[in-house]
Design a protein around this ligand. Structure first.
Ligand SMILES: O=P(O)(O)OC[C@H](O)CO
Length: 199
């Protein structure tokens, strides 16, 4: 038996596109290029830290809105995509700025692209692959690695951000392998409320 949280308001059906959660996701996507320009101009600054913090925190907001108003196939696709654009954009900008090595960033990028292709492939059959808990944790660790690299206070201790980045690499690869090992079992039709929610 599925127990629904009492406060859930299933206002949006599984195929809805114009939802509050998607609005937050799209705003995050539109704002992200400004951050990348900022990092390229000055890799470590308080302005970039504040902007990154806001973009990372709003990751939780679109997930919460999705759980409140109803999870959708578009949200299950768009939310992880926005995270990838944001995190990969910031990581590549930090490589370009000489702050991160290319190898860990390339490993993360390979997994993120592979899972996006996998999601798109299943999406063509009307299936969604909502983010799993471990994948959400890996996104947070990726965001922490970027945060530590941007933070002026840790500029003299680059090992901190590097350790966080390698931890993110491990979580990224393991969580990616989980999706692939589960195969279509990781997907849901979202015909009814998804058991795993986007966010
Ligand atoms: O690893 P993914 O592709 O499921 O993405 C996870 C999301 O970034 C969590 O918000």
């Amino acid at each position: 038996m599925t127990v629904e949280p009492a406060e859930v308001d299933d206002r949006y059906g599984p195929s809805a596109l114009a939802t509050p959660a998607n609005a937050v996701t799209i705003i995050r996507l539109l704002v992200s290029p400004a951050l990348l320009v900022m990092i390229l101009r000055e890799p470590s600054s308080w302005a970039a830290v504040v902007m990154w913090f806001v973009l990372a925190v709003t990751d939780g907001i679109d997930g919460a809105l999705a759980r409140r108003f109803g999870t959708t196939r578009s949200g299950a696709f768009l939310d992880p995509l926005a995270d990838k654009v944001l995190v990969l954009g910031a990581l590549f900008a930090l490589v370009a700025a000489g702050r991160f090595a290319w190898l860990p960033v390339a490993l993360i990028a390979l997994r993120e692209v592979a899972i996006s292709v996998y999601r798109t492939h299943l999406g063509r059959s009307g299936l969604a692959v909502p983010a799993r808990t471990l994948a959400k944790v890996k996104t947070v660790v990726q965001e922490v690695a970027v945060f530590l690299a941007l933070l002026p206070l840790t500029v003299d201790h680059p090992a901190l951000a590097d350790i966080a980045l390698w931890l993110a690499v491990a979580l990224t690869l393991v969580s990616g392998a989980q999706y692939l090992l589960d195969g279509r079992g990781a997907a849901t039709t979202l015909g009814h409320r998804a058991q795993r929610t986007a966010g």
